[in-house]
Design a binder for this molecule. Structure first.
Ligand code: SF4
Length: 440
């Protein structure tokens, strides 16, 4: 039977594995059992020694690297990481999990992109692992782990943290008199009068079934990971010097997260469009018009729905449509420096130039600007809120013409593009080309 610690490192089995670790220095030692398990895992590619973790620190790094590459690299090769889906890896994997979480706690703290990446990677790994298990093992683990996390009648308020951080939405849950319903019998009892002639089993499978249980389990473990990082961080503040092994691991974690994501996703002769400071000369007519300030209707939409996505993508991720990979702002601007010093000032100046100035009569609209960059409905931009809303992609020309027609005053270049962002990239390349030809 698969160990619950394979999915839940916070289980008693998981904690027992950590207690048995002994000397922390052993995490750097070549681990023959680990290597043997890796090379004998089903489908594992062993052609390249680089793909094989030789000790527990290597495994910790590979665990995070799996998540970053899977997320960003369209050519991701899961055969290089097959061992991560092998339940026999549990005793090594749990230690790798705690090493990563502790290193992130002491070096970066809870409100960091590293902390978020850790929680997200744990969620994704659990999801993938459950998907690879046999149905029997999957159901067994699901009911055992949920049974230990949610005991007795569960009020929906038990999931307060998950709801407030928007890991789970209230409409995802089925409730009766404030109690969360997950069990099929309970579902049938609670809703028998409402189900009338419908098949109770089918309705249960549709509304709850294993998919909602897995969602709750996944998000609870992610929340526990975040809470654990916070607890270790608080404790580490009282200590003088963190363990150098953890600090060293933290540096390697940074390297994995800083691996230039822009290097993924291009094929053949396709040219990259790097994130770079604004060149306002290359902005399309519609953007220049909004930067001058909106004097008539459509002011709020022009600043919030049109200008904010355009400027944030133009500055940070101009290749979004070519690469077609979803990123977060902090993936390309980890300290949010470009957001604070370049993007927001331009948006605020444009808002100030409007008649009447946007924030003079509607200061709350700053919250909507933050939301459009993915930082939730908050007055300040903070990493801990990133992901609560979606980073809006820039409107295409057709949409601009439909919703904000007064902004569209096309020029010659506009005939060749379908999105103001494509206009910007084309102009940037033209400007660069003409500068290079002058210097040649
Ligand atoms: S055609 Fe597109 S890029 Fe050109 S002004 Fe209109 S909306 Fe802007």
């Amino acid at each position: 039977m698969v160990s619950v610690a394979f999915i839940n490192p916070f289980s008693e089995e998981g904690r027992q594995i950590v207690r048995e670790l002994g000397d922390l220095n052993s995490v750097y030692e070549e681990n023959g059992d680990l290597i043997d398990l890796v090379i004998h895992s089903r489908s594992q590619d062993i052609s390249d020694d680089e793909s094989i973790p030789h000790n527990l620190i290597d495994l910790a790094i590979k665990r995070l690297e799996w998540y970053i590459k899977k997320k960003n690299n369209p050519d991701f090769d899961y055969k290089k990481y097959s061992y991560l889906y092998n339940p026999k890896i549990t005793r090594f994997d749990v230690i790798a999990f705690y090493l990563l979480s502790q290193a992130i706690s002491v070096k970066f703290g809870p409100n960091s992109r590293e902390s978020r990446a850790m929680a997200e990677s744990q969620g994704k790994l659990m999801e993938s692992r459950l998907g690879e298990l046999s149905l029997r093992d999957r159901k067994h683990l699901l009911s055992t782990i949920l049974g230990s996390l949610l005991i007795g009648d569960v009020k929906w308020t038990t999931l307060g943290d998950l709801l407030s951080s928007r890991k789970i939405r209230l409409p995802d849950l089925v409730m009766s008199h404030g109690n969360l319903i997950l069990d099929e019998e309970e579902f049938a009892e609670s809703f028998q009068d409402k189900l009338e002639n419908r098949d109770s089993h089918k309705m249960y499978e549709l509304l709850i079934g294993d998919h909602i249980k897995e969602l709750i389990l996944n998000k609870m473990i992610m929340q526990k990971t975040e809470n654990y990082i916070t607890d270790v961080y608080k404790k580490s503040q009282r200590k003088v010097e963190p363990n150098p092994i953890l600090l060293d691991l933290a540096d390697r974690i940074s390297e994995v997260l800083n691996e230039p994501i822009i290097s993924y996703g291009y094929r053949g002769t396709e040219k990259k469009m790097e994130a770079s400071p604004f060149d306002t000369e290359a902005f399309p007519p519609c953007v220049k018009m909004v930067l001058d300030g909106i004097k008539s209707g459509g002011r709020n939409d022009a600043i919030i729905l049109f200008l904010t996505p355009f400027l944030s993508y133009a500055r940070l991720y101009p290749d979004v449509f070519r690469r077609n990979i979803t990123l977060k702002v902090s993936d390309v601007d980890p300290q949010l420096e470009a957001v604070e010093k370049e993007i927001l000032p331009l948006i605020y100046e444009a808002a100030e130039r409007c008649t009447p100035p946007l924030f003079e009569d509607q200061p709350q609209e700053k919250v909507n600007i933050n939301a459009k960059m993915g930082f939730g409905m908050h007055s300040e931009i903070e990493l801990k809120h990133e992901g609560e809303t979606t980073w809006y992609t820039p409107m295409g020309c057709e949409k601009v013409k439909l919703h904000l027609p007064s902004l569209c005053k096309p020029d010659e270049i506009c005939k060749k593009i379908g999105n103001p962002l494509s206009y910007y990239i084309r102009r940037l390349n033209d400007i660069k080309y003409s500068k290079n030809s002058k210097t040649d």
